[in-house]
Design a protein around this ligand. Structure first.
Ligand code: SAH
Length: 252
C-alpha cells in the first residue's frame, strides 16, 4: 500500500498525527527533497529505505513504489504542504491504479496556510473579499490562457502565487497590466514556518526590489490583494449579537 502524505509547510510539528504515524511505520519513504523538511525523516524507523524524488522521474518513483509493494512493504510518498496543490499526485495515483496497487491520501497543511499564519492574516475578510485564488504565473510550465495573471487580477480576491518567486518582476508587471494599482499592498513569505522563514509587506511597485533586498527568489509565496492590509473590513456576522444560528440565540 502507498500512503500519500502531506508533510506540511516546513516546521516538523506541522505534519498531521496521521501522517506522522505513517512516516514512523513506513518501510520505504519517497520524499520531495526540494521542500520537505528532512527532520521529518528522522522519525522513520531504523532500516527504512529513503528516496529523494527530486532526483527521480515519475517512472522511477513508480518503480520504487511498485517493487516495495510487491514485497509487501508499506510505502509513504511524502509531499510538501498538501499534496492536492501542485503535488503531481494524480499521475502517480493513475499509474498505481494501472498496477492495481492500493493507495490513500493524508492531507497536509499547505504553505499558503503557513504563510497566512506567519503574517497573522485572514484571507477572507468580510467586506474585502470572500475568495482566495491559488495560482501561479506561467513559467517553464504553462497556465491555461483564461487564468493568466492579467485576467485574474481584476477579480479583487486574495491571490496567492505559488511557484512564481523566480520572476517577481515579471509577476509585478503582469499584475500592473491586469489593472492592479502600483500602490496596492502585497506580501512575500519565504520558507513559511521554517526556522529561516523570511517575510515582508510592501507596495506592488517595489515588490521586485524588496525581494532582491531580502534575497528571495524561490520557496516563497506572493500574496496580493487589499486583504493584505488586514484593515477596513466588516466584523463577521456569525459572531454578531443579533445574529442567530443553530447553536446560539440572538441577544437583543
Ligand atoms: N503542495 C505544496 C506546494 C508545492 S509547489 C503546498 O501545499 O504548499 C512548490 C511551491 O510552493 C514553491 O515554489 C513555493 O511557491 C511554495 N512553497 C512550498 N513550501 C513553502 C513554504 N514553506 N513557504 C513559502 N512557500 C512555499
Amino acid at each position: 500500500m502507498v500512503h500519500f502524505v502531506g508533510a506540511g509547510p516546513g516546521a516538523v510539528d506541522l505534519i498531521t498525527l496521521r501522517g506522522q504515524k505513517f512516516v514512523e511505520s513506513a518501510d520505504v519513504i519517497v520524499y520531495a527533497g526540494s521542500l520537505v523538511n528532512p527532520k521529518i525523516l528522522e522519525s522513520a524507523k531504523d532500516g527504512a529505505q529513503i528516496y529523494n524524488s527530486a532526483l527521480l522521474t515519475l517512472d522511477e518513483v513508480i518503480d520504487i513504489m511498485s517493487k516495495a509493494c510487491n514485497e509487501g512493504k508499506e510505502v509513504v510518498r511524502l509531499h510538501t504542504g498538501d499534496p492536492s496543490i501542485y503535488g503531481a499526485i494524480r499521475e502517480q495515483m493513475d499509474e498505481l491504479e494501472k498496477l492495481k496497487i492500493d493507495y490513500d491520501v493524508t492531507p497536509g497543511v499547505s504553505s499558503f496556510c503557513g504563510a497566512a499564519a506567519a503574517l497573522e492574516m485572514e484571507y477572507t475578510l468580510p467586506g474585502i473579499t470572500q475568495s482566495v485564488i491559488i495560482t501561479r504565473m506561467e513559467g517553464k510550465t504553462p497556465v491555461p490562457e483564461n487564468e493568466a495573471v492579467e485576467k485574474l487580477a481584476p477579480i479583487g480576491a486574495s491571490m496567492v502565487f505559488f511557484l512564481s518567486a523566480g520572476d517577481i518582476k515579471g509577476l509585478r508587471d503582469k499584475l500592473l497590466a491586469g489593472g492592479k494599482s502600483p500602490k496596492s499592498v502585497c506580501a512575500v513569505v519565504y520558507k513559511a514556518t521554517w526556522d529561516d522563514e523570511k517575510k515582508f509587506i510592501c507596495r506592488l511597485s517595489e515588490l521586485p526590489e524588496k525581494a532582491e533586498e531580502y534575497g528571495i527568489n524561490k520557496t516563497a509565496l506572493i500574496i496580493v490583494g487589499d486583504v493584505v492590509m488586514q484593515s477596513g473590513y466588516e466584523k463577521s456576522r456569525l459572531y454578531a449579537p443579533d445574529f442567530e444560528t443553530e447553536f446560539r440565540k440572538a441577544k437583543r
